[in-house]
Design a protein around this ligand. Structure first.
Ligand code: PLP
Length: 401
């Protein structure tokens, strides 16, 4: 049964959640859903054509990421890539770790894909997990990282894995991956470094990140590709226990018939994003600055959560006093502005975002958070619309309380 499309918002300001497909990605993908439908593991000509398309996509994506094509494991998205990295490494190391539970260090502002995988490994007795604090600007605290590594190494208990994201999905801060890598290599040379780069590709050249990491996770739908396809870069001889067993695809690292159309669209979207990145950063940061400056002027009690210099160009995150994000989002949606909050609403209870709490934002302020995220599809008209709708919605909510 065909599902009717949702009415288009007048202003889509939720690119950190997902991005619309780039036309170039759609164009590249469609033939592979039709005549190019073959299974790339087969031997006949239909299969070989699909294999050629897959190999080409792998080469092109690997080039954007600064990896070798053999280092790429195609996955069903960012969450799977991260689970493969974390669970795969822990399973591989369990028998070698004296405690049987390897030590994982993650920043306190990781996405749930990292946070909940670490928690699951912890509660199932497979790993130990320690979170590293962040500064009030939402950046990993390097002093704390150094201190913790010194302590653990002195105790003969170095970490097996350090995980740090490249760009935070909520507040948009760029994390000091190069510095983290230098510290980890110097103090705990046996530790593997996982970088969750799912939010990074629109804003950063990933090659310097790949160059210093062992494992890098990306996901197509954050850079104009389709949902349900991603990749894990596996480098430096890192061996992972597979999560999925079956036909041995992806060099035994991830069984399952590959999503050829998705892989091709992911690669094309990555190349397109990289080719336009520098110009887009200039254009989008000026839209973002106009949005933020307009909100700070028009909305009393509205503050920027982190300084703009610490974040990527598409990220605008504010906290608005005396307003609950969930109620605000409903009003914004009604007036055609698609945005999100850093708070999660589970079983009717509204919780402040753990990311904001880890940054030391007081809970009452965190409950009024608003994440506005821009991307390649963002326009001036959308900013005009948001600047008309958001202040009015805040006034309405304040008037109602
Ligand atoms: N990591 C970060 C930083 C993210 O923002 C997301 C998605 O929001 C993920 C991981 C998960 O990626 P996916 O949606 O492809 O599973």
């Amino acid at each position: 049964m065909a599902v009717p499309p949702a009415p288009a918002p007048v202003a889509y300001l939720d690119h950190a959640a997902t991005t619309p497909l780039l036309p170039a990605a759609v164009e590249a993908m469609v033939p592979l859903l039709g005549v190019g439908f073959g299974n790339p593991s087969g031997v006949h000509r239909v299969a070989r054509a699909a294999r050629a398309a897959l190999d080409d996509a792998r080469d092109r994506l690997a080039a954007v990421l600064g990896a070798g094509p053999h280092e790429l494991v195609l996955t069903g998205g960012g969450t799977e890539a991260i689970n493969l990295a974390m669970q795969g490494l822990v399973a591989r190391l369990a028998t070698r770790d004296p405690s049987g539970r390897p030590l994982l260090l993650t920043s306190a502002i990781e996405h749930d894909a990292v946070r909940n995988t670490a928690a699951w490994l912890g509660t199932h007795g497979r790993a130990r997990h320690v979170e590293l604090p962040v500064t009030p600007e939402g950046v990993l605290d390097l002093v704390a990282l150094r201190t913790l590594l010194d302590e653990r190494v002195a105790q003969g208990d170095p970490p097996a894995l350090v995980a740090v994201m490249a760009v935070n999905n909520e507040v948009g801060t760029v994390q000091p991956v190069a510095e983290v890598a230098a510290i980890v290599r110097a103090k705990a040379p046996g530790a593997r470094l996982l970088v969750d780069a799912v939010q990074a590709l629109p804003w950063l050249d990933l090659r310097p990140i790949t160059a210093v990491a062992d494992l890098v996770a990306v996901s197509a739908h954050k850079h104009g590709g389709p949902k349900g396809i991603g990749a894990l870069v596996v480098r430096n001889g890192t061996v992972l226990e597979p999560l999925l067993h079956g036909g041995g695809q992806e060099q035994e690292r991830r069984s399952g018939t590959q999503n050829v159309a998705g892989a091709v669209a992911m690669a094309v979207a990555a190349e397109h994003t990289e080719a336009h990145r520098a110009a887009e950063i200039v254009r989008i940061s000026s839209l973002r600055d106009r949005l933020l400056d307009g909100l700070l002027t028009a909305v009393d009690g509205c503050t920027e959560t982190v300084p703009r210099a610490a974040k990527v160009a598409g990220s605008a995150h504010v906290c608005i006093e005396g307003v609950e994000s969930e109620s605000l989002l409903v009003l914004l949606d009604r007036d055609g502005v698609a945005a999100s909050a850093g708070s999660a609403c589970a079983s009717g209870a509204i919780h402040a975002s753990p990311v904001l709490l880890a940054m030391g934002v007081p809970e009452v302020r965190a409950l009024g958070s608003l994440r506005l995220s821009l991307g390649a599809a963002s326009t001036d008209d959308e900013i005009d619309r948001a600047l008309a709708v958001i202040p009015a919605a805040v006034r309405r909510l304040r008037g109602a309380s």
